[in-house]
Design a protein around this ligand. Structure first.
Ligand SMILES: [Zn+2]
Length: 145
């Protein structure tokens, strides 16, 4: 019985984490859209397949869930108590892939911004970072011309 409850609680917890993993990307997309940016999603031609790409500007945004990508020093990035070796291996693979993706993007001359899940909880500051990173919108450039 105790085991059953633990398993149920654990899967409920994991379901919450998985659900939360997609939400930060949605927040970032909405902020960009509201700011007037047009972008591509999961663009295959962009190095490392970023979540959001601006091909014309050679800028890429990776939105990372703190748990799956193991945000260093973040309270959302705990390693589960059970099956630690399994999780650690999974996290190590994810982080190695992240490093490869970011290195590949930089090598090809792309600017890269990583937005962490915990940062999307403050839409104002993350919105400012996004605008600073991407640069002026097409509408702004029109005004300048
Ligand atoms: Zn975090």
């Amino acid at each position: 019985m105790a085991d059953k409850l633990t398993a149920a609680a654990r899967s409920a917890h994991m379901a919450r984490i998985r659900g939360a993993d997609t939400k930060p990307e949605w927040i970032v997309r909405r902020l960009l859209h509201v700011a007037g940016y047009r972008y591509r999603l999961q663009w295959k031609a962009a190095p490392g397949r970023p979540d959001i790409a601006f091909p014309g500007r050679r800028k890429a945004i990776f939105v990372h869930g703190c748990f799956w990508h193991q945000h260093v020093g973040c309270r959302l990035a705990h390693v589960p108590e059970t099956r630690r070796a399994f999780w650690q291996e999974k996290f190590d693979r994810n982080r190695a892939r992240d490093e490869r993706d970011l290195a590949k993007a930089a090598e090809l001359g792309w600017d890269v911004l990583v937005v962490w899940e915990c940062e999307t909880r403050n839409p104002v500051s993350v919105g400012e970072r996004l605008t600073a990173f991407v640069g002026s919108t097409r509408a702004d450039r029109g005004k300048m011309a």
